[in-house]
Write a protein that binds this ligand. Structure first.
Ligand code: FRU
Length: 451
């Protein structure tokens, strides 16, 4: 029996389409107090000919839907890409007002890169000189992520099969290739997708971060996003001290294709990711919509005992600030809450309901942080979702000693932040009845509940 549509699983504080399908976030850009989010979109609740839908928010939590921004044209479907606020009108596409310029993959017989522009920031016009980066040979050549080039003008990083490629431009229309990174240095399986490149500073030193989403594969348990820390000399990325195994930006199953916003106040690096996994994304039990985004994450670098790593915190300013309870057990106030669990050694926290379902997280015997959603709720909609392979996962920590796992719960989306965000677990759960209680076991010592 299918559970599709049985319960309203729509999250309240995470972006979802009104109806239909979304996958990757696209075109993330800030202008004058507004965060614009575009996404891969199709009007039915499954993947189909890709459009870009569009929404805007002032706090990255509450979103207003705007008209569809881009629809398939003679060059193909509108695959993933990015956008910048071209404040100096370097593109000349602004006609007296600074435009937002979007760059995306035209997915036709091959994958080529196109641009579109808007001055009212609602209606987008594809540029009549498209494609701006041609491709007649490569089967995979997509997901252009624009960035402000450190030597002036614009840069773009794109995925090209088993590597990323870098281009530079003065006007967003004419592009020149400057370099490549990969396959040397790669530590993961999967086709390269949705890269991002940006600098972050730690103790006065600048590092460049390269994100690469790795197409679904068995070894990674589906879709995961890998990161590298290195340097960018204006032409290419190098990794002087490579990691000895793959570092992912999230340790769980439902965090993919995340990229950062352009032009944020103070240059903050804020990322939003698609909260799903290609292994089962098309069969989620949510009814007439399918797909949701994660909270925005504010990236930072963290000095850990094992070296510099990517960390961060969720952008939840102004919510979850009221303390509702604390202790080793308690009742849950509804389907939106935050539970911060502190512990020492092996221990776990359990959220449970009257239907005998439970979502479990904590630290295991090996000292690894883990989540277990195998018995957390509906499981009949997909053979993988609650299986041993896709239902439980753990990760070693960069830090020793006492621990804190900060869980944010929103109907069907759970995000856990730990160890300054060097460990995060983002996953979907579909309890058939709301979780009404929590309890702590073992070394999980105390929890603070906030609403
Ligand atoms: C990543 C991805 C991108 C592509 C888009 C198509 O999830 O496969 O590489 O542009 O989705 O919807």
């Amino acid at each position: 029996m299918s559970t599709k549509g049985k319960r309203d699983f729509r999250p309240m504080l995470h972006f979802t389409p009104e109806s239909g399908w979304i996958n990757d976030p696209n075109g993330l850009v800030y202008e004058n107090g507004n965060y614009h989010l575009f996404a891969q979109y199709f009007h039915e609740p499954h993947w189909g000919p890709m459009h870009w839908c569009h929404a805007v928010s002032r706090d990255l939590i509450h979103w207003e839907h705007l008209p569809i921004a881009l629809a398939p044209d003679s060059l193909g479907m509108i695959f993933s890409g990015s956008a910048v606020y071209d404040t100096e009108n370097s593109s000349g596409l602004g006609e007296g007002r600074a435009p937002i310029v979007a760059m995306y993959t035209s997915h036709g017989d091959t994958e080529q890169q196109s641009i579109a522009f808007s001055t009212d920031l609602i209606h987008f016009t594809p540029y009549d000189g498209n494609p701006v980066i041609e491709n007649k040979t490569l089967p995979d050549f997509r997901d252009p992520k624009l960035f402000r080039h450190p030597l002036g003008g614009w840069g773009v990083v794109m995925a090209a099969g088993d590597r990323v490629v870098f281009y530079r431009s003065e006007n967003l229309k004419e592009w020149e290739k400057t370099g490549e990174f990969g396959p040397g240095g790669n530590l993961s399986k999967g086709v390269w997708e949705c890269p991002d490149l940006f600098p972050l500073t730690l103790d006065g030193k600048e590092y460049w971060i390269l994100l690469v989403s790795m197409g679904a594969n068995e070894e990674n348990r589906g879709s995961r996003t890998q990161y590298f820390i290195g340097a960018f000399d204006g032409k290419t990325f190098t990794c002087a001290q490579p990691f000895d195994h793959t570092e992912f930006i999230d340790q769980s199953f439902d965090h993919y294709a995340g990229v950062t916003f352009d032009h944020t106040p103070g240059g903050e690096k804020l990322m939003v990711a698609w909260c799903a996994n290609w292994v089962y994304a098309n069969s989620l039990p949510t009814g007439d919509f399918c797909g949701q985004m994660t909270f925005a994450r504010r990236f930072s670098l963290v000095q850990t005992p094992k070296g510099v790593r990517l960390g961060g915190s969720p952008v939840t300013d102004g919510i979850f600030e009221k303390e509702a309870a604390s202790g080793k057990e308690g009742t849950l106030p509804g389907e939106v809450f935050r539970l911060t669990v502190r512990g020492n050694g092996t221990g776990k926290a359990v959220l449970f309901n009257d239907a005998g379902e439970e979502f479990v997280f904590g630290v295991n015997q090996a000292g690894e942080m883990f989540i277990d959603r195998r018995r957390a709720g509906a499981r009949d909609f997909d053979e993988h979702f609650s299986s041993d392979r896709y239902g439980i996962i753990s990760a070693t920590r960069f830090f020793d000693g006492g621990w804190e796992m900060d869980l944010y719960f929103d109907h069907s989306v759970t995000e856990i932040y730990a160890d300054q965000g060097t460990r995060t677990f983002t996953q979907l759960v579909y309890p058939n009845a709301p979780y009404t209680c929590f309890r702590l076991e073992g070394g999980a010592e105390t929890a603070v509940l906030r609403v």
